[in-house]
Design a protein around this ligand. Sequence first.
Ligand SMILES: Cc1ncc(COP(=O)(O)O)c(C=O)c1O
Length: 370
Amino acid sequence: MREPSDKDILRLARQDLVAMPGYASVEPPEVLAKRLGVPEERIVKLDGNENPYGSSTKVREALASFPRYHIYPDPEQRRMRESIAEYVGADPDRIVVGNGSDELLDLTGRLFLSPGDGVVNAPPTFGIYEFVARTYGAKVVEVPRREEFALDLEPMEKALATGAKLVFLASPNNPTGNAVSPEELERLLAHDVVVVVDEAYAEFADGSFLPLAAERDNLIVTRTFSKWAGLAGLRAGYGVFPRAVAETIRKIKMPYNMNVAAQAAVLASLEDRAALAKNVKLIVDERERMAERLAAFPWLRVYPSRANFLLCQIQGRSATEVQAQLRERGVLVRYFDSPGVRGCLRISVGRPEDTDRLVEALAEIGAAVV
Ligand SMILES: Cc1ncc(COP(=O)(O)O)c(C=O)c1O
């Protein structure tokens, strides 16, 4: 009998998933360090919007002494929900925690989206929204942002009024750094649809839609410990949902979706909030200093940002070439080959010394790259 090939077996799979492009993620810094022949610590990693100060020292202590790695986590996530509820000022019943906020976006899709449903997306934005919509067979209605990356509300509302069910918005938005205004959100919430506001970067911005979420039964707010608390590698996020939605999502999630190490790290981070807030302040201050230093290059246009990164338009030069030249100097930044941000680089805010290395490298390559 003929051995079936991998391809044969995929005939039994969902063809829309087989044909789907994968999520483009960043290359690990150790690969570059090896190629450049420098120690990994010399790589300036400004491509993942990670926290340059790492996690709290209390997290390391808590994980080193954690006594119950052999016991399954509480599927009802009681302790987590109570601690996070206290942090955000929401009722614990309205909270669900997960393996990064990505998982809460996925679970929202799982609950609301059937094949053929419409999802409104406002690119350029975080790639996971389209990814989630597609994995559930939903139809993505793209409404590109306008000048300065403002939402194009009229066509968004038209799509929502004519059958789309769900809209994803990041505030502040990745990779553009701008936030959604309360007026914009109100207009979208007025429709009979689910509005997801992804506040992954909220701690770097002033203002949050969490208070509004308590009043509206179609608003979901997702948050993460990846950015402000430096837990990106452990995966810890949460969502604040309308009560009935939270209850249903807790029912349809995998029972042990957040591991005990991530849970211990969340508790330790919340206990060390003051120290972590100092790091957030360092990053916000550095964002402003970095924006000024970058704006001094006549060939860079820096967009205002309320997150822990800056989007820069490269003028009169090739952005991919600038990215490649930075790489050769051990500085990693992100380029997105997508409409609206072609010709732009997204640069995460690091420590002051990281900015200095970045600026030094840009000065070196500035004259050479065209
Ligand atoms: C807008 C936005 N939402 C969510 C995430 C992912 O967060 P998490 O690490 O909690 O899955 C990111 C990560 O870069 C992001 O930019």
